[in-house]
Design a protein around this ligand. Structure first.
Ligand code: SF4
Ligand code: FES
Length: 238
């Protein structure tokens, strides 16, 4: 091992990773797939969802691979019974609180980890009105898994616009504009990067959403026509 590289094993495969590499990076290098939800290559990892947990040296707690750095001579297991049980529980809790109907990757994980959709029958799904307040995209926070990717790309990870933040706490936590003002009154420049990184149907291009609503061509054109940022952007310029 040179000073700037670390040797470890991942699922029995020997890996030499650069110092500072995360377990997720090293696993990718070794051809080992680890599921992610909050992680996105365009955003800073923040270890929020915990779906990427792995077992390092049979440690007391599992470690989130997207933020945990490689340690010399570590033996990492990415898919033992403990890891699977943990991922399954995370998926079951997510499913009990968020509408995941339009999150195909998470649904695929649920099938793969045999998550029980009825594990928490008394749980309450988050409820929110669809926000349709501009010509470019709609926001349906009932489908939001609070991965934070949209907030991050809107801030230091890409756009430096800072239009989004979080409001409320616990079950009521939601992405919102600062002081919950309308998006057209916020600093949003409608770059669309938030829509691009959203892993669920929470953020959707207006055209796609309108087609799902059965809008005809005229309605689509009217509703998505670009108007002055502060016009409110609705079909009638309201
Ligand atoms: S709106 Fe989408 S990208 Fe933003 S936090 Fe929710 S799920 Fe993540
Ligand atoms: S993907 Fe690692 S904590 Fe979410």
């Amino acid at each position: 091992m040179t000073d700037d590289r670390i040797n470890l094993t991942i699922d029995g495969r020997e890996v030499s990773a650069p110092k500072g590499a995360t377990l997720l990076d090293a696993a990718e290098q070794a051809g080992v797939d680890i599921p992610v939800i909050c992680y996105h290559e365009a955003t800073s990892p923040n270890g929020l969802c915990r779906i990427c947990v792995v077992d390092v040296d049979d440690g007391r707690v599992l470690q989130p691979a997207c933020v945990a750095e490689c340690q010399a001579d570590a033996k990492v297991e990415t898919r033992n019974e403990r890891v699977e049980r943990s991922r399954r529980t995370i998926l079951e809790m997510l499913n009990a609180s968020v509408n995941l109907d339009q999150a195909p990757e998470i649904q695929q994980m649920m099938a793969e980890y045999e998550a029980n959709q009825a594990r928490f029958p008394g749980a309450r799904l988050r409820e929110a009105e669809v926000i349709d307040d501009n010509p470019f995209y709609v926001r349906d926070y009932e489908q939001c898994v609070l991965c934070w990717r949209c907030v991050q790309v809107c801030a230091e990870d890409a756009q430096f616009t800072f239009a989004l933040t979080l409001k409320n706490r616990g079950h009521e936590t939601s992405v919102a504009t600062a002081f919950d003002i309308g998006i057209t009154d916020s600093p949003c420049v409608f770059c669309g990067q938030c829509v691009g990184v959203c892993p669920t149907g929470a953020l959707k291009p207006k055209v796609e959403w309108g087609m799902e609503q059965g809008w005809d061509e005229d309605e689509l054109r009217r509703s998505t026509r670009r108007r002055g940022k502060r016009s409110g952007g609705n079909a009638d310029g309201a």
